[in-house]
Design a protein around this ligand. Structure first.
Ligand code: UDP
Length: 403
């Protein structure tokens, strides 16, 4: 099939770890690669965020990335992109009406992409599938006044859910949120993200360790809701262990990153400055080295729409201790592949980490079960296959073209 992925802010070609570059970029890149490998013709449309970007770039994994001129050709924060979505949609319509390539299905990632996709889909008669990746209701609940989302986000998300041809939920928790928002259950299909089982595997090089210290690894964009503070507080309650934080700006810029500075001063005030290491952004192809070097991955988000990092660790045969939120409730099987604890609870995290680090048999059992679960249930080829079925089903329905 000819598939158009719309990912306004998250380019599959981006360097990850920065504030707006994380799971969605990985998801779009891996999904597009898996669909291309299955013989589909995939084009990813993302916003042109620099003047020197060619219109189309062929990704090494066999799909095209098209840079859409919408808004200034410079980086713009995700939450400031809404005013440019009309232009984004109009550009797609012009391309598909006049060019030699028309999609059979459009898959939008994040709500703003959904708005552009829906407008373009209606004008060209192409069905739209929507993955939210994150929901405004959840963000507002947890971030309150600090939520910088554009006004009206929740309303737009509800309307999208009621208007697109199919909504893809990534986990059961998201299904519940969407239903409470007013999106009918019948419009949804649950298809979780996958994990790259070649990049993330137990065998392979591992990052160097600091002597015999047990290693707690935690990974993600350096934003507050990822709960790195709780992991640092927990480390203070785990004698002798080191805590390695991967993500954020590149290592050279960590010294000036306000959140990294806060984490450093927290580590000092907890008396663990010598046991907490901030690594900064790591290229995607090197992530496996870090997971393989760890005894445990701790993922302590306040909320998490899906959460790729626990799955990546599991695929490397690393047990996960995580907050019982969002996608982690589905991916981490409590007491089998890891432990789930309440969010924002450093004491509970520390108790689970101590129990695991002092019980080698449990660690081995979790590691084996984690790796098997990732392999059996979360390959990208399975995700791509299930989504291709959804694409086929929505494309089989004829729809009018709205002028
Ligand atoms: N990641 C990376 N380098 C980093 C930090 C993160 O490649 O320095 C990747 C990580 O491997 C994962 C993604 O970014 O694939 C983060 O996804 P997740 O779903 O955990 O979080 P999100 O960014 O969506 O909140």
């Amino acid at each position: 099939m000819r598939i158009a992925m719309i990912s306004e802010h998250a380019s599959p070609l981006a360097v990850l770890g920065g504030e707006d570059a994380g799971g969605q970029n990985t998801h779009v890149a891996e999904l597009s690669a898996a669909l291309a490998a299955a013989g589909h013709d995939v084009r990813v449309y993302t916003r042109r965020h620099a003047v020197d970007l060619p219109v189309t770039v062929r990704a090494p994994d066999g799909y095209d990335v098209v840079h859409v001129p919408a808004g200034p050709a410079e980086p713009v924060a995700k939450d400031a992109l809404l005013p440019h979505m009309k232009e984004f949609g109009r550009w797609l319509v012009a391309q598909w009406q006049t060019g030699d390539w028309q999609p059979e299905v459009i898959h939008a990632h994040f709500w703003m992409s959904g708005l552009a996709a829906l407008a373009a889909g209606r004008r060209t008669g192409v069905p739209v599938v929507q993955t939210y990746h994150a929901l405004g209701t959840v963000k507002r609940r947890h971030q309150g006044v600090q939520d910088t989302s554009p006004r009206g986000r929740v309303r737009y998300e509800r309307e999208l859910g009621r208007s697109v041809d199919r909504v893809i939920a990534q986990c059961q928790d998201e299904v519940g949120e969407l239903v409470r928002m007013g999106v009918p259950r019948a419009r949804m299909t649950v298809v979780p993200s996958g994990v790259n089982l070649t990049t993330f595997a137990p065998l392979g090089p591992a990052a160097e360790r600091d002597g015999d210290r047990p290693r707690i690894l935690t990974v993600g964009r350096l934003v507050e809701r990822k709960g790195f503070q709780d992991v640092i507080r927990a480390t203070a309650l785990v004698p002798g262990a080191e805590c390695v934080v991967v993500g954020g700006p590149p290592a050279g810029l960590l010294e000036t990153d306000p959140y990294a500075l806060r984490l450093r001063s927290l580590a000092e005030s907890c008396g663990v400055a010598d046991r907490v290491k901030l690594i900064g952004a790591v290229p995607r192809e090197e992530m496996g080295r870090w997971y393989r070097s760890a005894d445990v991955l701790v993922a302590a988000p306040w909320y998490e729409p899906f959460g790729l990092t626990p799955l990546e660790a599991m695929a490397c045969g690393v047990p996960v201790i995580g907050s019982a939120v969002g996608g982690l409730i589905d991916t981490v099987v409590d007491g089998r592949t890891g432990d789930l604890v309440p969010p924002r609870d450093a004491q509970a995290l520390a108790a689970a980490i101590n129990r695991l680090l002092t019980d080698r048999i449990r660690r081995l059992a979790y590691a084996t079960a984690a790796q098997q679960r990732a392999r059996r249930c979360y390959s990208w080829s399975t995700t791509a296959e299930r989504l291709a079925e959804v694409y086929g089903a929505v494309a089989a329905v004829r729809r009018p073209v709205v002028a």
